[in-house]
Design a protein around this ligand. Structure first.
Ligand SMILES: [Zn+2]
Ligand SMILES: [Zn+2]
Length: 288
């Protein structure tokens, strides 16, 4: 079976007012029709993890992660290591994240972000969980903390990569994977395309980060896991491989990074409601 994985999504944050106001089971059926086999659903606070788990636990092939997002520090309050550790005891919780630094939206909380990120790197290293790192306009600080806190020891992924080739190189040097979202398809995404041309296939992942950042040609609508197909096909073109090959490669990378066995339960086994829009391109077209 060809696997296709959305390596980063926020299924419980969908407004479900997008395409025809679909329900979550319908969104998952569309992902199934698009050929998805697995996804990783990411919580941004320990509190959100319980709510997210309740929303997605009945869909086969959906892994989970928990972290404190740099833009959710206030909600997370004085988060404690034991709360995150408790989430990560769950066998479906395969990573710590997302965590990281975001100076684009919240430069004013830089100090708190640095402290929270450093503590989460330490926790990931002690729990031996890979990190999911969000870095936006924070290249130098992100790398400095990753280096000084031995983020290499737990490994991980730079999710929704939106930086330059040099940043990609430095993260690859630390053993990290690079995950590309719809940004790589954007007109203004030339620096990200340069990074994508540079990143070797065996270190590349693909994601939607839905409900945000829908790729071309569906920009502006609410993003959903099925749309990972557009980004995958675009990236395959950049790398000179077929979409089916890239689906295989990125799935293997995902399994290796998060230490999961993709031959277990998967989204193709999900029996959800009948829904007309998953008969529509690109959902019904086989991967080639
Ligand atoms: Zn993020
Ligand atoms: Zn995210």
């Amino acid at each position: 079976m060809t696997c296709l994985v959305d390596s980063h999504c926020h299924l419980n944050s969908l407004s479900l007012k997008g395409k025809a106001g679909a329900t979550l089971p319908e969104i998952v059926m569309r992902a199934k029709a698009a050929g998805l086999t697995h996804a990783l659903c990411v919580a941004c606070t320990p509190q959100e993890y319980a709510q997210m788990t309740a929303a997605v636990k009945d869909f086969p092939g959906i892994y989970r992660s928990a972290g404190v997002h740099p833009l959710n520090l206030e909600e997370a309050g004085d988060w404690r290591e034991e709360d995150l550790s408790a989430c990560l005891q769950d066998p479906q919780a395969v990573a710590l994240g997302e965590t990281g630094l975001d100076y684009h939206y919240a430069a004013e909380t830089r100090r708190q972000q640095l402290d929270s990120f450093a503590r989460q790197i330490d926790l990931a290293v002690s729990l031996k969980k890979p990190l999911i790192i969000h870095a936006r306009e924070a290249y130098q600080d992100t790398l400095a903390l990753m280096r000084s806190h031995q983020a290499r020891d737990c490994g991980g992924v730079m999710h929704c990569f939106c930086d330059c080739r040099e940043m990609a190189r430095d993260c690859l040097d630390l053993g990290y994977y690079i995950s590309f979202s719809g940004i790589v398809t954007f007109k203004a995404g030339e620096n990200v395309r340069q990074a994508a041309r540079y990143v070797p296939l065996d270190r590349m992942l693909v994601e939607t980060d839905c409900p945000y950042l829908a790729p071309v040609p569906v920009r502006g609508v609410e993003n959903e896991p099925a749309f990972v197909r557009y980004t995958l096909e675009f990236l395959a073109g950049l790398k000179g491989v077929s979409a089916a090959q890239l689906a295989d490669i990125t799935s293997r990378n995902f399994a290796e990074l998060f230490k999961v066995d993709l031959s277990g339960p998967n989204l193709q086994q999900y029996q959800g409601p009948e829904f007309s829009t998953y008969k529509i391109e690109p959902f019904s077209r086989p991967l080639s």
